[in-house]
Design a protein around this ligand. Structure first.
Ligand SMILES: [Zn+2]
Length: 387
C-alpha cells in the first residue's frame, strides 16, 4: 500500500527551500516507470483530525499552526515555537498540508489494524523532529508520534521504531523516552557534528522506559559498509528481545554522499539493503506488520526517487535489479534538476571519491558499538540475526 495524493505537494515552505515535495511525485513516477507501482497500490491519505494531532502536540501549538495557516503570515513571538524561522517559514495552508502528511501515516496504521494490508509506505511522513509544542527541522506535525500513540490506544501493540535518517529523531525519542512499550532505535550522524545535536550513546530512556531507547551516533563520512554493520548489529537483536507487534521505520536518505545537508557517504547500496533487511526480519521474527515512512533527503531528483523506489520495492516484496532509468522519466524530470541526473537506479562506485581516513571512521563506529554493547549487556549486540 502506497499512500499518495497530489495534495502532498502543498507541503512546501518556499520555492527554494531544501525540503522539496517534488521528490514525492518524482518517486511515484519512477516506481511506476519501473513497473513496480500500479493504480491499485495507491491509496489516498486522509487528513489527521485535530484530536489525532493532539496525540502528538499540545492543543495550543495545533491551534497556533491553524491560525497562521490561514494568512500564511508570521505573528508575534511564534519563533519561540519554531515557526516563522529560516528552517520552518510560515506558509498559507501549512496546517492542511502538514495534517495530510500526518494523516498518511495514520491511514497506513488504520489499514493495518483493519487487516486490509500488512505493509504500507507513506513517503510524506517521517517528520521526526517536530516536538510536543514546537516545529523543528522542516517538521510541523510529527506523524510518527501521532500514529504510534493512535496504535497504542487502539490496539495496545508494542511498537519498534527504527530510523536511518542522517539526523537524530529527537521528536520521536522525546515522546516515548519513558514509555517501555515503544522501542526507539536511531542510527544517525553524531550530534557532535550535526543538527539536532542529540542522540548520544548514553540516551537510553528514563524511568519505566529505561533501556528502550538505543542511539548509534556515527562518525561523519560513514559509508555503506560501516553503517550497515551498525544496523545489522543492533536491529535484529532488538526485534528478538523486544518482540514488537509492529515495526515503523523512517527512511530519510540525507545520509547519501551527494546530500548537501549532512556529511555522510552512503550510496544506494546502503539504501537498498536497509529496507530489504527490514523486510526479511519483519517476516523472520514473526512481526508481520510494517509501516515505512520517508524523512529527510535533499537531492530531490538525483537521489531521493531512486532510493525510495528501492524502498517501495522492499515494502511491496518486489524484486528489483539495477536497470537503466527510462528516457521518459529523465525527459520529465531532468529539466527541473540543477544537475544531470543519474542514468541508473543504482549508484556506481566510481562516481564517488574514496573516503579519506576510512579506517579511522570505521574504528570510531566500532568503538561506538562497543560503548553501546556496554550500555545494553542483555541485548548482546553484534552482527547476527535471522535471515
Ligand atoms: Zn534528516
Amino acid at each position: 500500500m502506497f499512500l499518495y495524493d497530489d495534495a502532498y505537494l502543498q507541503y512546501q515552505f518556499s520555492p527554494d527551500h531544501p525540503f522539496n515535495p517534488v521528490r514525492l511525485s518524482a518517486t511515484r513516477d519512477l516506481a511506476e516507470n519501473f513497473g513496480l507501482l500500479s493504480p491499485d497500490d495507491v491509496i489516498p491519505p486522509r487528513p489527521a483530525t485535530i484530536d489525532e494531532l493532539e496525540l502528538a502536540h499540545s492543543p495550543h501549538y495545533v491551534d497556533l499552526v491553524r491560525r497562521i495557516s490561514v494568512t500564511g503570515k508570521k505573528t508575534y513571538g511564534i519563533e519561540r515555537l519554531g515557526l516563522g524561522t529560516e528552517d520552518n517559514p510560515v506558509f498559507r495552508g501549512m496546517h492542511e498540508a502538514a495534517a495530510l502528511a500526518a494523516g498518511g501515516t495514520l491511514t497506513a496504521a488504520e489499514k493495518i489494524v483493519a487487516q486490509q494490508t500488512s505493509r504500507a509506505l507513506n513517503l510524506a511522513g517521517g517528520l521526526h523532529h517536530a516536538g510536543h509544542g514546537h516545529a523543528s527541522g522542516f517538521c510541523i506535525y510529527n506523524d510518527v508520534v501521532a500514529a504510534i500513540r493512535w496504535l497504542r490506544r487502539e490496539t495496545g501493540w508494542r511498537v519498534l521504531y527504527v530510523e536511518t535518517d542522517a539526523h537524530h529523531g529527537d521528536g520521536v525519542q522525546d515522546a516515548f523516552y519513558r514509555d517501555p512499550e515503544v522501542f526507539f532505535v536511531s542510527l544517525h550522524e553524531s550530534g557532535a557534528f550535526l543538527f539536532p545535536g542529540t542522540g548520544h550513546v548514553d540516551e537510553i530512556g528514563e524511568g519505566a522506559g529505561l533501556g528502550t531507547t538505543v542511539n548509534v551516533p556515527l562518525a561523519p563520512a560513514t559509508d555503506d559498509a560501516s553503517w550497515l554493520e551498525a544496523f545489522q548489529s543492533v536491529v535484529p537483536r532488538v526485534m528478538e528481545r523486544f518482540q514488537p507487534d509492529i515495526v515503523i521505520s523512517q527512511h530519510g536518505c540525507d545520509g547519501h554522499y551527494w546530500d548537501p545537508l549532512a556529511d555522510m557517504c552512503a550510496t544506494t547500496t546502503f539504501y537498498a539493503a536497509v529496507p530489504r533487511l527490514l523486510s526479511q526480519w519483519v517476516d523472520a521474527y514473526g512481526i508481520n506488520r510494517w509501516i515505512a515512512v520517508g524523512g529527510g533527503g535533499y537531492q530531490s531528483l538525483s537521489v531521493v526517487p531512486r532510493v525510495w523506489t528501492l524502498l517501495w520495492a522492499a515494502v511491496s516484496r518486489q524484486d528489483l535489479q539495477d536497470r537503466p532509468i527510462s528516457p521518459d522519466w529523465l525527459a520529465a524530470w531532468e529539466p527541473q534538476s540543477p544537475s544531470r541526473l543519474p542514468r541508473h537506479l543504482m549508484d556506481e562506485p566510481e562516481q564517488f571519491p574514496p573516503i579519506r581516513d576510512r579506517q579511522r571512521m570505521v574504528k570510531a563506529n566500532r568503538d561506538t558499538l562497543a560503548a553501546l554493547a556496554q550500555q545494553f549487556p542483555e541485548m548482546r549486540f553484534g552482527v547476527s540475526g535471522k535471515a
